[in-house]
Design a protein. Sequence first.
Length: 470
Amino acid sequence: MKKNEKFEILIEDLSKDGSGIGHYGGQTFFVRGGLPGDRLRCAATKLKKSYGFARILEILSPSADRVDPPCKLYPKCGGCQILGLSYEKQLEYKQRMVEESLARIGGFQRELLEEVMEPILGMEHPYHYRNKAQYPVGEGTSGEIQTGFYAVHSHRIIPATMECPCIIGQESDAKILAVIRKWMADEGVRAYDETLGKGEVRHILLRTGVHTGQKLVCLVINSNRLSAEQSLVERLSAVSGVCSISYNINTRRDNVIMGEQTRTIWGSSRMEDRIGTVRFLISPRSFYQVNAVSTEKLYRKALEYAQLTGGENVWDLYCGIGTISLFLASAAKQVYGVEVVPDAVEDARKNAELNRIKNAEFILGKAEEVLPQYYDGDARVIQQNGQGASHPDLVVLDPPRKGCDARLLSVVLQMAPQRIVYVSCDPATLARDLKILAQDGRYALKKACPVDMFGHSMGVETCTLMERVC
Ligand code: SAH
């Protein structure tokens, strides 16, 4: 097989990143846009020893699960990977992906998984669900300002306009982007050019409180001061819903989107949203789940698995702005949240105040460094922050994709809570960590429920319950 060679292939499965997987000539091929059941004519684009990549030349016979993608930018845009697959099938794949990870990586028996796994909680309306987007800013060939999304595997901008707004983003974003593009054109503010490291506006971060209608606008700029600030404020503050305008300074020459420093130039420094009845204030740099409706389903599952009766001490590790902590607080005696981002910890404390929740305390630091300070081995004596911190009844883990630090898991095991609720956005690291928690037989996997937070992409959240059995 040579590069550009043409061949026919039947797509059998989906990869973790949503590419179709098929076999040809003893090799595995990954085909972007290919769906299980598709018979395709392809051309090889890249060849490795035992696998390769190919692009679709023609769909010879389509998969029965194909639907007309409801967006003109698909599949050029790198945002949605599986928009061409029916939503029911997407959910089926995600359910299977979680089950396969728990079986293959976690080593859990298939019979056990059949017993403990609940059906995935999908979305009723899988469009316009994202409450956050970071739009790259660039200039087209004739110097016109562009805002949109990066094309697949590149930094070429696919413009998102009022005529073609993002199908999973907020429809109201298009208007704000148009105002900013016009401001840049009128005031001669240049877009950042990453090859030269010159120009000013790099990204536009937009966040929407889907329950409050509030919008937070933050321009990420490549300088210490925003040009034509007053003119921007005048234009943006007139847009309905905008409650916060800020800029974030990022003069780095890499792919990291946000810098360390954010300055609010109009309105509040935070935006408000709700999950259930709990209100949350959110800073531009704090983590907040991108899908508020599915998040409520996820947290309700976590609350159900927690089985709190009102007398429990809870540690919520990787707590962000305190979302899970505050969601559980009214059912527990005391909650301790640990988070590494200072803005998020500050938000979490403000959020406890805002909701008049008095039994939640937030600690800044790395979970793997903070938790051992509350546990001294076997005496359980260190009680720096009140009774019960060193002997939790429940530990909640909700780490980023890379999962938990092994040191942290070992301290959690030593602290021996009755229950561990592990919420994860990556089935592979979840399975790896659950295997560690289950390995000496003191904890058993009791429940697992996938939740679809990210319709049309391959991402999936999972809520799991581990219980102490001896
Ligand atoms: N539970 C929250 C946040 C989950 S995202 C929610 O549902 O909204 C994971 C969070 O872990 C992020 O806020 C991130 O800043 C934080 N984090 C990453 N590494 C960490 C570490 N080593 N210790 C504590 N927090 C960490």
